[in-house]
Write a protein that binds this ligand. Sequence first.
Ligand SMILES: CC(C)(COP(=O)(O)OP(=O)(O)OC[C@H]1O[C@@H](n2cnc3c(N)ncnc32)[C@H](O)[C@@H]1OP(=O)(O)O)[C@@H](O)C(=O)NCCC(=O)NCCS
Length: 169
Amino acid sequence: MSGATLRPVRREDLPLLYVNHDLDPVDSFGWMAANAMERAFAANGLLDYDHGTLIIQDADGAVAGKISWRPVPHGPTVPSHALNIGTRLLPGFRGRGLGTVGKQLLATYLFETTTFERLQAETDIDNTPAQRSLEKAGFSREGIARHAQFRRGTYHDLVVFSRLRGDAP
Ligand SMILES: CC(C)(COP(=O)(O)OP(=O)(O)OC[C@H]1O[C@@H](n2cnc3c(N)ncnc32)[C@H](O)[C@@H]1OP(=O)(O)O)[C@@H](O)C(=O)NCCC(=O)NCCS
């Protein structure tokens, strides 16, 4: 048991959430502004009903990483929107199930506090830990979105996963 818990982001967490474009093979979309997290936090505490970020803590209360969600449209009206979730643990906290339990906890939270029917996640076709983590968190593999993501000068295929409100956890 990982002992993972979720909690809202605090101002002192913000430096830990910054992503270094040069060092991160997954989030290498380009440099983010040094104050990007500060501005987003000032706007809404990174915690809107349909777009937010929570901290994943380990059993000792240490900040292990973050888990986020944002709406993605599959049609023009709100019932046709899904919530796309993304998880990012700090390097020293990976491989202990914290991200997997974080996804399970977030799914429970989002199904309890919103009316969204579909959670989805997309991950690089080469990101085996992320795919395994999603499967363990009750997400079903749906297929491949070809060349959906552009990072470091190359298009990457993504594997698409979903978990529906009625799916077994
Ligand atoms: C992906 C991530 C969220 C998974 O969370 P986690 O808590 O580390 O996941 P788990 O500890 O449950 O491990 C998931 C699975 O990956 C496996 N795994 C770990 N490292 C691996 C590796 N290098 N190669 C293959 N499999 C690996 C684990 O063995 C585990 O599978 P198992 O339980 O069947 O043995 C986390 O590792 C992370 O933040 N990675 C960096 C950022 C990232 O890739 N985010 C996802 C972007 S879409």
